[in-house]
Design a protein around this ligand. Structure first.
Ligand SMILES: Cc1cc2nc3c(=O)[nH]c(=O)nc-3n(C[C@H](O)[C@H](O)[C@H](O)COP(=O)(O)OP(=O)(O)OC[C@H]3O[C@@H](n4cnc5c(N)ncnc54)[C@H](O)[C@@H]3O)c2cc1C
Length: 597
């Protein structure tokens, strides 16, 4: 058995994991375990930017950012955590700048900022330029910058190691069990503090912007170890995925003046959100798109719409909206300018669609994008176990795998990158401090058994008849049809029964590969188990919530119901059954109001 010991172990090398590791490594001996090579993490695909009220181009304040985030969350976000995040966003962006992140610049050399959905000037209600960006490669630049800093700080990396289990001894977290992908050898990592930063789980749905690796491993491991999951019914559908492929087209396109149009050539968002229009929050835009398609106004009667960023269209609507540049001159763009601001998007569309966005509109549909729910934590990243916020000592979570909760029922664009930086940092600092003062517990002899059993079930199942791809496909279609942008009791019951049937069939999977070298077949099977567990929790949590709020839109309960449902869901998996309880939302300054965009 391979054994390792560190003060702090971080699982995941996306923005949250690297920020945690960098900060932990300042005072504690730290290692990062990642199933992907670090810079291949999904953070690297983030295009739009990081929201922070720097006020570089116009008046802005962290308080405005806080209010927008509370409102965007449909009042389900915890306001103390949101305030903390929006205040901390500003120094976090400057910290990255000082580490050398190549932000796009204003003509006078400051960090450039652009508008994004739901971010407003709180006095006028108009979009405010708050998103700090490096062209449309912001996430890529974050990963490169943080990875270099981690190497400089002597963080130890275990790349292409996949964590399968969390070790809890005498009620405290004590490390993880992982498999080395190249050899299938099992490793035990003993640690006084463990930080999960394993990202999201959009792969539950058929159309998704999420990478293949986003299978919710950390979230499912926590669930199996008796930790509840918070607000799993809230999963964000981003309005603009490339039709059929789901690949994301950043909201930055609409920030630069792009508009959504239907088959009649109408800019339909004017009817749904007269003020914010195309820059209303994502849940609002995705629902509008769904309704346009349902009412027969999809392009050629099909289930997609156009996103139009051709200069003539942008200029026409900019004139109608009275949009101006920071110096007060009318906002008018050229094809070259669009190309310069959105190079990767233009490139994706040319490559994957054969469509040139400077000359043609892009076919788009809502795509499963972001998990608002996850492992419950406080603002220091400490994982909490119940409605009294009881801490599990030594266990931390940050980034998309965690639920602080700052996004509530709906996340605003650019707020995930803020979340991973701010809470990754504080989890790292707190975990290192805790680990330095804690005693190592003796690990039991059978520490790796639970993980090993989960793999052996597949390796020893010669008589299996099921294929991984069939079960995965049925899960994805079921979730897309019944637990997507709009939901009903009937549909979710169908989904729940189907997921439970798939969970039975899951144990009858036959692998094509029983070898030891890079056995991706084995790990795909294990990952599918995580997705099925999370699909079940998502559906059960959604079925129980009899209201519509943020990303959770029920046709049978179309209104938000603050009297009964202004509360967070906590879901446990016990003996194969899901148990739900609830905890109150933290409200400080902002009493719930109706959301108007
Ligand atoms: C296409 C796209 C564009 C986006 N654009 C923006 C944007 O412009 N602005 C914004 O704010 N947000 C954006 N988001 C959301 C945001 O990028 C993500 O929510 C965020 O980057 C997640 O970071 P993370 O560190 O939590 O996880 P990730 O970056 O997903 O990293 C997860 C890490 O966990 C590791 N891991 C997972 N499971 C295991 C395991 N079992 N064992 C070992 N390692 C494991 C992986 O190797 C990886 O290193 C976008 C998301 C997508 C998909």
């Amino acid at each position: 058995m391979n054994k390792h010991q560190y003060e702090v172990i971080v699982v995941g090398a996306g923005g949250a994991g690297l920020m945690a590791a960098l900060n932990a490594s300042k005072t504690a001996v730290t290692a990062v375990i990642s199933k992907l090579y670090p810079t291949r993490s999904h953070t690297g695909t983030a295009q739009g930017g990081i929201g922070a009220a720097l006020g570089n181009l116009e008046e802005d304040h962290p308080e405005w950012h806080t209010y927008d985030t509370v409102k965007g969350s449909d009042y389900l976000g915890d306001q103390d955590a949101i305030e903390f995040m929006c205040q901390e966003a500003v120094p976090a962006v400057y910290e990255l700048e000082h580490m050398g992140l190549p932000f796009s610049r204003t003509p006078d050399g400051r960090i450039a900022q652009r508008p994004f959905g739901g971010h407003t000037n709180n006095v006028t209600g108009k979009p405010v330029r708050r998103s700090c960006y490096a062209a449309d490669r912001t996430g890529h630049m974050i990963l490169q910058t943080l990875y270099q800093q981690c190497i400089k700080n002597n963080v130890q990396f275990f790349d292409e190691f996949q964590v399968l289990d969390l070790l809890i001894v005498n009620g405290v977290a004590q490390g993880v069990v992982a498999i080395e992908l190249a050899t299938s050898e099992i490793h035990i990592f003993h640690a006084n503090a463990v930080i999960f930063a394993t990202g999201g789980f959009g792969r539950i749905w058929k159309i998704t912007s999420n990478a293949y690796s986003l299978t919710g491993d950390g979230v499912a491991i926590a669930l199996r170890r008796g930790i509840p999951l918070e607000d799993m019914e809230f999963f964000q559908f981003h309005p603009t995925g490339i039709y059929k492929l789901g690949i994301l087209i950043t909201e930055g396109v609409r920030g630069e003046g792009g508009v959504l149009v239907n088959d009649k050539g109408e800019r339909f968002m004017e009817h749904y959100a007269p003020h914010a229009k195309d820059l209303a929050s994502r849940d609002v835009v995705s629902r509008a798109m769904y309704l346009e398609v349902r009412d027969g106004r999809g392009i050629n009667g099909k289930d997609y719409l156009y996103l139009d960023v051709r200069p003539e269209t942008v200029n026409k609507y900019a004139t109608l909206d009275g949009r101006t540049r920071p110096d007060g001159t009318p906002y008018q763009v050229t094809g070259e300018e669009i190309l310069q601001k959105l190079p990767d998007i233009i490139d994706f569309c040319r490559t994957y669609l054969g469509v040139d966005p400077i000359e043609q509109p892009m076919p788009v549909q809502p795509t499963a994008h972001y998990a608002m729910g996850g492992i419950p934590t406080n603002i220091y990243g400490q994982v909490v176990l119940d409605e009294n916020n009881t801490i599990l000592p030594g266990f931390y979570a940050a980034g998309e795998s965690a639920c602080v909760s700052v996004h509530g029922a709906n996340r605003l664009g650019t707020n995930s990158l803020v979340d991973i930086l701010v809470f990754g940092k504080h989890a790292g600092i707190h975990a290192a401090q805790y680990a330095r003062g804690a005693q190592f517990q003796t690990l039991p002899q059978d520490a790796a058994d639970f993980a090993r059993q989960q793999l052996d079930r597949f390796l020893n199942n010669d008589k299996g008849t099921e294929k991984i791809s069939d079960i995965a496909e049925e899960m994805k279609i079921t979730m897309m049809d019944h637990v997507g942008v709009f939901r009903t009791e009937e549909g979710m019951n169908v989904a729940l029964n189907k997921i439970r049937e798939l969970k039975q069939r899951y144990w009858n999977i036959k692998l094509d590969d029983n070898g030891k070298v890079f056995n991706t077949d084995l790990l795909n099977a294990w990952e599918l188990g995580n997705l099925l567990d999370l699909a079940e929790v998502t559906t059960a949590s959604a079925l129980a919530r009899k209201e519509s709020r943020g990303a959770h839109a029920r046709e049978d309960f179309p209104k938000r119901d603050d009297k009964n449902w202004l509360k967070h869901t906590l879901a446990w998996l016990k003996d194969g059954e899901i148990h739900l309880r609830y905890k109150p939302v933290v409200i400080t300054k902002y009493q719930p109001k109706e959301r108007v965009y």
